[in-house]
Design a protein around this ligand. Structure first.
Ligand code: PMP
Length: 304
């Protein structure tokens, strides 16, 4: 069970989390016609009266884009103002995760996006490591990542997570920690809720947007960071067999941060992963606002 933050934003106001409840007839619950965000915050290690949110602007913009894809206009600056107030009201004292959600909130049946009420809520929970920090084992899923012609992959559409859920459970129930999904062209796409990177001969490689990936904000941060560190980055199609012979493989995401992969199917990865470790250390320092060159990625929120 999670420790939820005490206050939620629900139906245009801040209410106790336990009072933010929906009807069983809520349209989005039946049709997956919602979209969500997910961002992390930490208490500022240098200032007890301040919270640090990582790339708040990018997360709000992505959610606004997702909202647009389900026929709902919700400006990014409005989302940003509500999330800022949400954090001030909750005053979290641990590492936490914020889950904003846009959805068809009207009641009743018939799948559609037009002519149905939409709404927006936000809740949060305390969140330490989402995946084991020392590494995970991965299975290549029998489920494929969807294609953009079936649903808008540039949005973080809740209905799409049936595939992630199937893949994750298949992996865990067959003895692995996480799933890697191929796309319909049999190229590597991403994990159940993370993007994927590999390192070969000192180059950092990751599938490009055309491989049906989510526009991961951690992925974008890692690519920029690596380039600034002088590491060559390449966005290109990746075959699953290339993962098996990579020097390092890691997963990236807001919840998972940077998580090394120890084994894929029957293929163990090398035990040391120096580039993964270097990127992870740097990203951690950035989120703690200890890297002056990356201050524009960190949004401090004063609590008083
Ligand atoms: N892919 C999927 C399917 C995800 O759910 C996530 C988590 N949001 C990611 C990738 C990573 O995205 P981000 O780095 O923005 O959290």
């Amino acid at each position: 069970m999670h420790n939820f933050l005490p206050i939620a934003y629900f139906k245009n106001q801040f209410v106790p989390f336990a009072e933010a409840n929906l009807s069983i007839a809520t349209h989005a619950l039946h049709y997956g016609t919602g979209a969500f965000g997910g961002l992390r915050g930490i208490p500022d290690p240098k200032n007890a009266n301040q919270i640090l949110l990582f790339r708040l602007d990018r997360h709000c913009q992505r959610l606004s884009n997702s909202a647009k894809l389900i026929n709902y206009e919700l400006p990014a600056d409005k989302i940003q103002a509500i999330i800022t107030e949400f954090v001030r009201k909750n005053k979290p004292d641990q590492s936490f995760y914020i889950r904003p959600f846009v959805y068809t909130s009207g009641l009743g049946i018939a799948p559609r996006l037009h002519n149905i009420e939409k709404d927006f809520f936000v809740y949060g929970l305390e969140l330490g490591d989402y995946l084991s920090a020392d590494g995970v084992t991965c299975r290549i899923s029998s489920w494929c990542r969807q294609e953009d012609r079936s649903l808008p992959l540039r949005g973080k559409i809740s209905g799409a997570y049936i595939t992630s859920s199937l893949a994750k459970t298949e992996a865990v129930e067959s003895g692995f920690d996480e799933a890697i999904l191929l796309n319909t062209q049999s190229k590597v796409s991403e994990a159940s809720g993370m993007n994927i990177f590999l390192i070969r001969n000192g180059e950092l490689i990751t599938p490009g947007y055309e491989q049906d990936i989510l526009e991961g904000i951690t992925r974008d941060s890692i690519l920029t960071l690596a380039r600034n560190l002088g590491i060559k980055t390449v966005e290109r199609p990746v075959d699953k067999s290339e993962l098996f012979i990579a020097d390092e493989v890691f997963l990236s995401g807001t919840a998972a941060k940077i998580t090394p992969v120890k084994k894929i199917e029957t293929y163990p990865m090398p035990e040391t992963h120096p580039i993964t470790d270097r990127l992870k250390a740097k990203l951690t320092a950035i989120t703690e606002n200890l890297e002056p060159d990356y201050r524009d990625w960190v949004f401090p929120i004063a609590l008083q």
